[in-house]
Write a protein that binds this ligand. Structure first.
Ligand code: GAR
Length: 263
């Protein structure tokens, strides 16, 4: 039997994925233990789910951070080790033609919130961080400080679409509106982009002509509750290896991508 890993989770809402992970830890489907649940949203229902299982919780109120920053409050200074140029050079969330003031405000406020998150998280001996309906992108500021070894990523996310199709905040909605005939969910490691990191696992379902956005969400969530615990268990068993693959495109351009190999 593998050793039990210590798992932390970040959530924003209802927490049905969180529940599936907690239940899988308790039933032994995951060789792991959930040791904390954090949220950007003080109202997240998932926080109550964690409390029912006597799991520690905390909140970093992102909305409040942004508001204080806009009000030019002294409480909102970027962390001392924050380097905007470095973040700009690494980030893959925005293109260069976006309003620089807006992008700067985004990364400064995120770094303030993420420094608070890191501060809370450092009190726990966590092996793996799972984003379970956490509706905020993590920036390089957080990622580099949590993923101490870049060759061993340890932040996972679940996304409600078959990536790389339909990244963003409404995976099932976008799948439906596009008229796709297959939908699905994806678990991946986080990188500097939005839903662009190396894929660990995917599950798919058929979309019938009479399906609605509601039935698509229902089908998808059911698969999410199976897929996420399965992927976390692969991590717990040490089966996930990341590899850099390099190709030359027909145009002659070099293309490098990190992929996950399941051993
Ligand atoms: C899930 O469908 C998850 O895939 C999605 O939010 C929902 C959370 O449900 N996540 C994202 O869209 C992340 N970008 P839950 O709170 O009941 O687990």
């Amino acid at each position: 039997m593998s050793k039990k890993i210590k798992i932390g989770a970040l959530i924003s809402g209802g927490g049905t994925n969180l529940q599936a992970i907690i239940d899988s830890c308790e039933s032994g489907k995951i060789d792991g233990e959930m040791i904390f649940v954090g949220s950007d949203n003080p109202e997240a229902r998932g926080l109550q789910r964690a409390k029912k299982h006597t799991i520690s919780t905390f909140v970093v109120d992102y909305k409040k951070v942004v508001q204080l920053y806009k009000n030019e409050s002294d409480e909102t200074q970027p962390p001392e080790d924050f380097n905007l140029d470095e973040i700009f050079s690494k980030q893959n969330l925005f293109t260069n033609d976006r309003d620089i003031k807006k992008t700067t405000q985004y990364f400064v406020t995120r770094a303030i919130a993420e420094a608070e998150l890191l501060d809370k998280i450092k009190t726990y001996p966590v092996d793996l961080l799972v984003l379970a309906g956490f509706m905020r992108n993590l920036t390089p500021y957080f990622i580099d400080r949590f993923n101490i070894n870049p060759n061993h990523p340890r932040i996972m996310n679940i996304h409600p679409a078959l990536l790389p199709a339909f990244p963003g905040v409404d995976g099932y909605g976008d799948t439906y509106k596009y008229g796709a005939k297959v939908g699905g969910c994806t678990v991946h490691f986080i990188d500097y982009g939005e839903d662009s990191g190396p894929i660990i696992g995917q599950k798919a379902f058929s979309i019938a002509p009479n399906d609605t956005i509601e039935t698509i969400k229902e089908k998808g969530l059911k698969l999410e509750w199976e897929l996420y615990p399965e992927c976390i268990q692969l991590y717990a068993q040490g089966c996930l290896e990341t590899m850099k693959m390099s190709y030359t495109l027909e145009s002659g351009q070099a293309y490098t991508r990190t992929i996950v190999k399941i051993n």
